[in-house]
Design a protein around this ligand. Structure first.
Ligand code: FPP
Ligand code: MG
Length: 320
């Protein structure tokens, strides 16, 4: 992940993160995963996990299996998500389901989860494993809620925030809380780590939704609309102009061309601006939470604190 600034130890731990599986029973799964959901990921969650560990003065080698687990669970969710969304490409390459089949993509995701369970259980940190099981449940719940809202233009902000917390923020929260658990820190720091991950994750989703409407991004323009989903930007347009409700409802889940978009260009631009401001406010909450953590601790690694702040800068830059 290209950050404004990252301590050398974290940068090297992220770079050296071992993402090989070696599955003797089904050797081709390794190759398939390394060409798809494990191919050149940003390793955003491992980065969070290592930076939080370094800040809390937990040795990075100790966190390696947890950072690996975060990336494997993330990769499993992508394998399954591409089946659910019937996506044919990810990061400009054919998805696992497009290369083999939906059934095999689901199984490959299951295998990643099985590997995580086996590796983490051998370390005996029951609270972290319990947190992860609850995180997987949140991921499923978030995806489920999103599915239920498909083709419904009247979804509200509370629904979108809940989905973002569960689907996007929950694994970031786990990646931040696990180091605090290893450091045996008390509840108020665990809670602050959770609030940091949550604010960051919701901002991340808002930024993704702005990028969904960016014609210059690598993703297809307004893909969420094609998938039948109202995102934070669409919601903002609908709140500002209720007259868009019917035409947007008619577009949800359809393959449409730009000539059919019912909004005016300025409506889209100003909706993106408002979502940008909301994302910025979440990033500020995340920043304040970092300040609280540093006040709670007697000592911390200030380079890693700066590294975590540079994640906030990186996200801010993504939507400039
Ligand atoms: C990507 O969303 C999807 C997620 C972040 C979570 C998906 C969760 C599940 C499929 C349920 C849980 C599954 C497991 C294996 C625990 P997106 O479609 O908005 O983003 P995209 O553009 O990257 O596809
Ligand atoms: Mg998807």
């Amino acid at each position: 992940m290209v950050l404004d600034w990252m301590p050398g130890e974290t940068a090297s731990a992220v770079e050296k993160l071992d993402l090989t599986l070696e599955v003797p029973s089904v050797p081709e799964i390794d190759v398939l995963l390394s060409k798809t959901v494990l191919f050149r990921g940003k390793k955003f969650r491992p980065t969070l996990c290592f930076l939080m560990s370094q800040m809390l003065q937990v040795p990075l080698e100790t966190m390696h299996p947890y950072a690996r687990a975060a990336e494997f669970v993330h990769a499993a969710t992508l394998a399954h998500d591409d089946v659910i969304d019937e996506s044919q490409t990810r990061r400009n390459r054919p998805t696992l389901n497009a290369r083999v089949s939906n059934a095999r993509a689901v199984l490959a995701g299951d295998l990643l989860l099985a590997r995580v369970m086996a590796e983490l259980s051998s370390l005996g940190e029951v609270a972290i494993i319990h947190d992860l099981a609850m995180t997987v449940e949140e991921l499923v719940h978030g995806e489920w809620l999103q599915l239920e809202a498909r083709k419904i233009a009247t979804v509200n902000r509370q629904h979108l925030e809940t989905v973002a917390k569960k689907k996007t923020a929950s694994l970031m929260v786990w990646s931040c809380v696990a180091p605090a658990r290893i450091a045996r820190l008390d509840f108020k720091i665990l809670d602050a780590a959770r609030r940091f991950g949550e604010a960051l994750g919701v901002a991340f989703q808002m930024i993704d939704d702005i990028i969904d409407y960016d014609p210059t991004s690598e993703k297809p323009f307004a893909q969420d609309i094609r998938e039948g989903l109202v995102n934070f930007v669409t919601l903002e347009m609908l709140e500002n102009n209720p007259g868009l409700l019917e035409p947007i409802q008619a577009l949800l889940g359809e393959e449409t061309s730009p000539s059919e978009w019912p909004w005016q260009p300025y409506e889209l631009l100003s909706a993106c601006d408002r979502v940008r401001a909301r994302a910025q406010a979440k990033l500020e909450v995340a920043d304040q939470t970092l300040s609280q953590i540093s006040q709670f601790l007697n000592s911390l690694n200030s380079e890693a604190l700066q590294g975590l702040r540079s994640i906030l800068v990186y996200l801010r830059e993504r939507i400039r």
